[in-house]
Design a protein around this ligand. Sequence first.
Ligand code: GCU
Length: 546
Amino acid sequence: MSRRTISLNGIWSFSLDPYHRAVALDRHESPTARRGARADRCYPMDWQRIRVPGTWNMQREEWFHYEGNAIYELEFDFRSSLELREAFLHFEAVNYKANVWLNGEKLGTHLGGFTPFSFQVTDLLKRRNHLFVQVDNKERKDRCPSVGPDWFNYGGIVRDVSLELTPKERIVDHFIYWDGRQVCGRISMTGRKRRMQIRIGDLINEELPVVGGKTEFAIDAEPRPWSPQDPHLYSVEIQYGDDEVHDQIGLRTITTDGDRLLLNGEDIRLKGISVHGECADGGRTLGQADMLRIFELARELGCNFLRLAHYPHDRRMAQMADRYGILLWEEIPVYWKIDWTNSDTLADAEGQLAELIARDRNRASVGIWSVANETPEDADGRTEFLNKLIERAREDDPTRLVSLALFMAGENREFAVNDPIGENVDIIAINTYPLWYSPTQDIRYLKPTKYEKPHIITEWGAGAQAGLRGREPFTEDYQADVYRKLTEIIEPKDFIRGTSPWILADFRSMLRTNSVQKGQNLKGLVDITKEKKKLAFEVYKNWTFE
Ligand code: GCU
């Protein structure tokens, strides 16, 4: 009896709940409890139908700008035997806060719009079940992101929902990596079995002891290392009693040596592009084809690197990047102004970081964890807050590099980065917009900061309305000109070991509502449909950066 996944994706009942009446009226109790005598208090009066996964904003015009509370309901049959089994209710992502009930029992609450969470429901499942989810995507000062990020605040159950069945004695999680000399593993399990079996391709096939619910190993090996040129993945099989877990894992090292960035001990330069996790029709809910299109364009641009900004993308992105040989920068949405002195906000940010690392730490393509984007270095509590996140990232995963994107202000020839946080990151990452936000910034004078570390220019670029020609900002010609000028300046600066200009595709943002942008940030090299390429696409495609 191995594992089983039962998808709960599909058409659910849905209603906006702007006045939070549902829970006040105990609407989360099973529907049968609401019919009959007290039906007059039944709420809501007008259940709608909604696709799950999906953002409500993209499913009905009248829901497009809705931000707040909404309720979801699903009734489903469950007929599998739970003899010697555990059952978990699993959500891949709900933006932003989720309160979940099953058969009238409150399972719990989750904060964070982009990372997975589960609840054990073995003892609650019946033949006929009532699942009730209250979602709140209100932007708030104490959330991550806080109020007004430069992206669209899509709300809802935005990624898959499923029931995960496992043997009672099960493998809880695994973390397998290569440290340059040995293949190492940390596997945790529940149950009382004393032995487990692990096979990693033709490298390792061992029966190992389980002590205190854990197996740890470090075995000398010379694997075929994963790299963009040779994205080799090993089939991994872990057996523990009746439980079995399969994975495809690339083995590589990513380190720094002074201002050099090393992949498998060799100097590497990253030609990348920044990406939002958005598609024109589905908003925050991307399908396989939407993700494939991102990799297709990245490959056409000659990229070996993607900056998945500014929050955890769909887990399939890293699975695809593993296969296509694209290194990833993954980030949590600690973005611009955050409630730095609020311990609940720090716990929320740490929770999102821990969930991201637990989800993707077996993905060789993930090289860099980013704990923030453009945060004000002089804000009270900000550096302490970020240092705690950096510390947590290193604790949870000592095998990867940790960074964050800094905003490079300064005019004319002054590119100052004296940010104290630079001491604690592995890579100095800089966002700078010469010829756009800072027209007088002369990037020819960009020099290494005082930190002897690899530098990546994680953002630069310009906006252009697809199809608009001319000499002015927001024309394709102006954007192409900015790409020509900046690529020419960046390439010879050897201390710059990577770049990921802003951004692959235009994306929705309610900060961009002037007559040209009309609710979209137009700095994409392609338009929001990812079909229309702008002149700058060719410029960047033809640029050699290695
Ligand atoms: C900022 C920020 C992005 C934003 C971009 C822009 O630096 O990191 O999220 O979209 O610049 O202004 O277009």
